[in-house]
Design a binder for this molecule. Structure first.
Ligand code: PAF
Length: 277
């Protein structure tokens, strides 16, 4: 496994690679969810490149950029075990050089849900992913369904800007009790960790209601909200039943839809989602 820090180094290595390249962009502090992306990339490509970069541009001024968990040595060990070929670990100066002033702004779909709660977040995500795609030139890029809106935003950007990579979505990996794996789960105290299962419970309720034939999105949102409110440590940011393609809120569920939510458990903001067949 080769570890590189500069754009010129990774470009030189990339040029030598024959066949397809699978790319997994990450912010590190890897868990089974990330490793599922790496495994899938490994199975489908001749070579796998992973990036580890905590992107300051996608954190708001009052968010957890400084506290975001980091453990590069452990990450590199895990990636080595998965047979990763190249790991790109750039610095801030490498990614955002002095006087950096070009941004990728995806409209509409990036303005809802996470975009409304975290202004500027998707501008940061789209810009760094566009830069990484330009640098790595992957055949396929792998993202988790856990960040459902990020996936929709990136697919929109790739289509709108005629980018090359095929975007592959990998199902959410969950703990035994349903909590979606996330680097931020490490912030939870034991009591909060227990309370955090309310997200999965609410999503499971939405799916069950839909399976039982419920088509009224507002009724499902109300029942999810009532369930979450029973958990004293949980504070709802949003509960959404939206069109799976555009993420526009639905009244009537007459097309593929996704239930998604953002809930604060203590000081930790967690998101999760579940497609409603
Ligand atoms: O999903 C993430 O970890 C990040 O948003 C990404 C895609 C690596 C961009 O910084």
């Amino acid at each position: 496994m080769t570890i590189v820090k500069t754009i010129s180094e990774i470009r030189a290595l990339r040029q030598k690679l024959k066949g397809s390249v699978g790319f997994v962009p990450t912010m590190g502090f890897l868990h089974e969810g990330h490793l599922a992306l790496v495994k899938r990339a490994k199975a489908e490509n001749s070579a796998v490149i992973v990036s580890i970069y905590v992107n300051p541009a996608q954190f708001g001024p009052r968010e957890d950029f400084g506290a975001y968990p980091r453990d590069l040595d452990r990450d590199l060990e895990l990636l080595r075990k998965e047979g990763t070929d190249i790991v790109f670990v750039p610095s801030d100066d490498e990614m955002y050089p002095h006087e950096f002033s070009s941004w990728v702004d995806v409209e509409k779909v990036a303005e809802r849900l996470e975009g409304a709660s975290r202004p500027g977040h998707f501008r940061g995500v789209a810009t760094i992913v566009a830069k990484l795609f330009n640098i790595v030139q992957p055949t396929r890029a792998y993202f988790g369904q856990k960040d459902a809106q990020q996936v929709v935003v990136i697919k929109r950007m790739v289509a709108d800007l005629s980018m090359n990579p095929e975007v592959v979505i990998v199902p959410t990996v969950r703990e035994n009790d349903g909590l979606a794996m996330s680097s931020r789960n490490v912030y939870l105290s034991p009591r909060e960790r227990q309370a955090a299962t309310i997200l999965f419970k609410a999503l499971t309720l939405a799916r069950q209601l839909r399976r039982d034939g419920e088509k009224d999105a507002e009724k499902i949102r109300r029942k999810m909200t009532a369930l979450i409110r029973k958990e004293p440590l949980a504070q709802i940011d949003y509960v959404s039943i939206a069109d799976a393609g555009t993420l526009e809120e639905l009244d009537l569920i007459d097309r593929p839809a996704v239930a998604s939510l953002a809930v604060r458990i203590g000081k930790t903001r967690l998101i999760d989602n579940m497609p409603l067949e």
